[in-house]
Every structure is written in C-alpha cells, then in structure tokens.
Design a protein around this ligand. Sequence first.
Ligand code: UT7
Length: 345
Amino acid sequence: MRLAARITGVGAYLPDRILTNADFERMVETDDAWIVERTGIRERHIAAGHETTSTMGAEAARRALVTAGIEATDLDLIVTGTCTPDGLFPAAATLIQHQIGATHAGTFDVNAACTGFLSAFSVATNFIAAGQAERALVVGAETLSRIVDWTDRGTCVLFGDGAGAVVVERAPEGERGGVDAMVLRADGAQAPLLYSQGPCSADALSHEAKIIMDGRNVFRHAVTAMADASSEALRRAGLTADDLALAVPHQANLRIITAVADRLGMPMERVFVNVDRTGNTSSATIPIALAEAVAGGRLAAGDRVLLTAFGGGLTWGALVLEWAGVRVPAAVRMPTGALVASPSA
Ligand code: UT7
C-alpha cells in the first residue's frame, strides 16, 4: 500500500574538521592508494570536541525546516536514526527537540546501525499515513569517531561524522510524493560480523565501546542484501530500475555501491555517490546524500527514487519513493551547496 507521506525539506551538517587519507598514513600502516582503491574514500569529517550527534542533528534539522518552509513548533514527531547517541538516554531526538525548540513534538531514537535512517523514516511515514502525525522530522546523525578503534587500519579509515535530516508531511490526495514500497530485514545471527559493545554489555568493565568488523564478510552480505531488498521494493512498487531517476544507497564503500548498481542494472550516472568526501557516516549517509542531491539539482518533482542501506545487526532495507519536490529558498541556495555546508562556511 502506498503511504501518503512525502519529503518536503532536506538539510545536512558536516563538521569542519577533515581527516584525509594522508593524515591516516601518519597514524596507521596504510596508504592513500589502498584506501582509494578498496573503498573510494578520500576524506571524512570529524566532530569537534563540543559536537555530538544531537548538536549536528539539530543543525541539519534547522536547514531541513527552512527548505520545508515550516517552524520547529509545527512538528509533532522527531525520530532520529543513530547508533551513537549523546548518551544512553535521553534519546538524541529528545535533545534535538530542545535545541530546535520543537515544543509540540514527541521524540525517540531508532537504532538499526547503518539502516537507522531507513528504519526511522519508515516509522515516521507510517505515523503520518496512520493519521498519528502531520509533520515529522527524521534525522540520521552519527558521531562514529567516538567509537572508532584508531589503531585498527581495517576500520578506522572507513568512518566519519555528520548528520542529515528530512521533513516528512502528509501528501494531499492527488498530489505528488509518497512511499511506494518499503522492505526492512535483519539477521541477528550475523551480529558478530559488525558490532560495538557498550556500558550495558555483559562483563561491561572489560569492554570499551568500539567498532569491530569482519570487513570481507560484511562486504559480501552488503552487496547481496541491498541488491535483493532493492529488487523486492521495486517489484512491490510495480517498477523496474529503468523507472528510477536516482538511487541513493548507503555510502559505505564505492565498490559495494557499484556492485549493487551492477546487479540492479542501474548505470552509475543515476546512482548518488559522495562516499569519497564523507566516508561512512552510518545512519547519516542517506539524508546527507539527499540534501546534496537536492542542492545539486539532481531530483525533480515526480522522480522515482530508491533508497537502500545495510549495516550492523545485520540489518538492511530498501524504499522506493515518489519525490515531491523540495524548494530551496535563495537564503540557503548558496555556493558549495549550503544545504550541507557547516555554519561557519
Ligand atoms: O556500513 C556498513 C558497514 N561496513 C561496510 O560496509 C564495510 C564492508 N567491508 C569493506 O568495505 C571492505 O571489506 C574493507 C574496505 C573493510 C576491506 O577491503 P577488502 O578488499 O575486503 O580487504 P581485506 O579485508 O580482504 O584485506 C586485504 C588486505 C589485508 O592484508 P593481507 O591479510 O592480505 O596481508 C589487510 O590486512 O588489506 C589489508 N588492509 C589494509 N592495508 C592497507 C586492511 N586495511 C588496510 C588499510 N591499509 N587501511
């Protein structure tokens, strides 16, 4: 069943500090050529000491509200996809609610690792379709630099920090925009392939929160899972890859993205890629990419868009949307795509 909930605003925030591959050459046994060839990543943004998932999420949210042309007080729901909230509680969404002044919104976080944004978006669109909310903010935000093992060259070069946000509103009958199909899946038996323990884990005193990953096996699962979920979402929507104006996949590794596109028969011209500049920001990759796609004029009203993600859990999923069109006011239509630039830029 089509959900009458559509994206009306997008925004993103990337912290100022950039770590390049050359910086990693000074930290671990690696080199720029290996990182670029195996991952496509050239640089990633790293949060400043005072920044957190909620502060970055709030900044992305402010931009999304501007593009939607609504106030924070118009929101009745905020859902944040994150696996690196500021603390165990309150939820990052609750801290974002306070920072943006969304005084009429209910709040909670969704943790599905890198599938967090798709999961949070699915919750919000279902709230709207069920008549339980009118205007929702969905944030994907992560401060992965705080749980990266900076001595593990197999993982530390992959991740970055950042936040993206979308405003979702009811699509009036007969108007453009909506969710054509959504597929969410998980296989908790594969948890040992990619996880981070925390203060509530068994024997917690012996565990530090850090990302542990079997990269090769995660890679294999990622390609099959995203391609299969995308095919199923397209089938349920009654569409084929040829009907898609743009695919916005989770940005973990350029090789994963090209392998998924290949399986779907999508030419790379219609696949959004920014992993070279952001690294893997987990739940934040898709909303950051959406904000960049809008800023770059790559989405038009009526376009069909595929979103697909994969992450720890293992979790994965895919959504097919009809794009409603996001108006970018002149105030935020600045050089270098100010929808995503940091406030100081
Ligand atoms: O958001 C979803 C979560 N994560 C992912 O999607 C990541 C999925 N996995 C991957 O992206 C890839 O598996 C990696 C980029 C992590 C690794 O690429 P790979 O082609 O699978 O390499 P590998 O793990 O098979 O390692 C190949 C070699 C190894 O050396 P030996 O054993 O062949 O001597 C590694 O030790 O590359 C070595 N290596 C490195 N060399 C230089 C691993 N990391 C590095 C590094 N620099 N940073």
